[in-house]
Design a protein around this ligand. Structure first.
Ligand code: CS2
Length: 497
């Protein structure tokens, strides 16, 4: 039983009062920094921080993490007041466990002190940089992966001020590291991007090409010293809510304002290319491999693509969470057909994996009633997500002469969501960096579903040319969009044969 220590805050001083199996796996504050993490969201805390703590607990090493928040101060302030400690609750229908994680050796708020972040990236003790900054922070065109810098990144590349963007911080950090010749570094994207290692490498190379004021020999130094291993990351971690904090308080007997809740399941597949060494993540259950590509395609298509489908259809049908949405009659039948007929037929999975079995496991995870993952959270940033989640599936199916009936339904549900109203007429928010162009396209095509499809398919930064130019795909998306508009989600699914 937890001993309730009044309203006291989580911190080093209260650890000895916690239930033994809720205490950290390492002695917090004693592990020197070896990792910098950019992006201090709930996902990092429940994923890489947990793996790294377990790796250090099992195999040792100076792999404390300094976690950097690129925008908000809330989590930084909470963690700073808690000696960098936070808890992770793993929740299922049957069980709940809460444990304090001692992986963080420090926290920083980049906008308040960008130079401190640049100095960290140039510190020879730091040999690994991990990132969870969401798809849009890379400022890459979602389809082509070309750099499309906004004005803040353009200013960072010009170098007239301390960096304000993630790519800008990386660029200036690497430049400082090259100047100090501070040793090799692995940059590890843990975002759900296709070929995330190659994309991050491309981002670094293109940022260097466009930047001014970088040191002589910088390009050669980066080529010789910086690697970008690809990864597949997986754990369902909803944004924390007051309920998350209450649950942690009940489990621990102290207040943790940086608490997160997640599903019990987690997976991490990492390409083993770390010139300065790395934590012993294999001791924590991570898979180290030469090529994360097949795992990443499996996860992006059979998990994230299906997640987006549930999010858009669920939001349109007025369901608050992913688990609630799965209760929509006939939805799981349709998702099973999406997985078996479209996703599984679109690519070669990793050896020994059957896509339909993986898909069943995914559906069971989505149905976890203890995880209140809001459909509107998963619906965010569709333009950045759909290329790798469903449009590549469609393109690959069509290239092999197959139809993409269920993939077309997912695209139509996104378009219907972007039109801004649920089936009961309630407004739906379009949170997307391309919300402006998407809305303008939908307005231009407002006369009919076919008009809407034509106008949105002209957004080539979102819809790959081979999908946009495919008349059969257009016709299928238009037919689904028409049905969703006329009958709503529930009747449309009920009418599926
Ligand atoms: C979700 C992911 O929000 C989303 O778009 O699809 O965050 C998903 O929960 C994770 O990728 C699971 O690993």
């Amino acid at each position: 039983m937890a001993v309730t220590v009044g309203a006291s805050r989580l911190g080093l001083g209260v650890l000895r009062h916690l239930p033994v199996d809720s205490r950290p796996l390492v002695r917090p504050g004693t592990v020197p920094t070896g990792v910098v993490h950019l992006g201090l969201g709930a996902f990092h805390r429940a994923h890489q921080a947990v793996y790294t703590e377990a790796a250090v607990g099992a195999a040792g090493g100076d792999w404390g993490i300094v976690a950097v928040a690129p925008r908000s101060t809330a989590v930084v302030d909470a963690l700073a007041a808690q000696d960098n400690l936070f808890s992770v609750s793993a929740l299922s229908a049957a069980d709940a466990t809460t444990r304090v994680v001692g992986a963080l050796s420090g926290v920083r708020h980049a906008p308040s002190d960008p130079d401190a972040v640049v100095a960290l990236l140039a510190d020879p003790a730091v040999r690994v940089v991990t990132l969870t900054v969401t798809e849009k922070a890379y400022q890459l065109d979602p389809v082509t992966g070309r750099l499309s810098p906004d004005s803040a990144l353009a200013a960072d590349l010009a170098g007239h001020r301390p960096p304000a963007t993630v790519p800008g911080l990386l660029l200036r950090g690497l430049a400082a590291r090259a100047e100090a010749d501070a040793g090799p570094l692995a940059l590890v994207s843990c975002d759900n991007l296709p070929a995330n290692g190659r994309r991050l490498r491309g981002l670094v190379d293109k940022a260097i090409e466009r930047a001014t004021g970088t040191p002589a020999g910088f390009v050669d130094w980066v080529a010789a010293n910086v690697t970008c291993p690809g990864t597949m990351v997986d754990r369902i971690v909803p944004a924390s809510t007051p309920e998350t904090i209450d649950r942690a308080r009940r489990a621990l007997g102290v207040t943790d304002l940086a608490a997160v809740a997640a599903e019990p399941y987690a997976q991490w597949v990492i390409e083993d290319d770390f010139p300065g060494g790395r934590p012993g993540w294999e001791h924590a259950g991570a898979v180290l491999t030469d090529d994360a590509g097949p795992w990443e395609r499996l996860k992006l298509r059979a998990l994230n693509g299906v997640h987006s489908a549930v999010a858009y259809l669920g939001a349109l049908a007025g369901r608050e969470t992913i688990a609630d949405a799965l209760e929509i009659p006939h939805l799981t039948d349709v998702l099973r057909r999406l997985i078996a007929e479209d996703v599984a037929a679109s690519f070669t999975p990793p050896d020994g994996v059957r896509v339909v079995d993986y898909g069943e496991q995914v559906l069971a995870r989505f149905g976890n009633p203890a995880i209140r993952h809001r459909t509107l959270q998963v619906a965010i940033d569709g333009s950045q997500k759909l290329p790798q989640r469903i449009l590549h599936t469609i393109a690959d199916l069509r290239a092999s002469g197959r139809s993409a009936r269920w993939g077309a339904l997912v695209v139509a549900s996104w378009l219907r969501f972007a039109l801004g109203y649920a089936d009961d007429g309630r407004p739906l928010p379009l949170q997307d960096p391309l919300a402006g162009p998407i809305r303008a396209a939908l307005d231009a095509g407002a006369q009919s579903p076919a008009g809407a499809v034509d106008a949105v398919f002209a957004l080539r930064e979102v819809i790959p040319a081979e999908v946009a130019d495919d008349d059969e795909v257009r016709a299928q998306v238009t037919a689904w969009l028409t049905a969703l508009g006329r009958h709503g989600v529930e009747a449309t699914l009920a009418g599926v044969r």
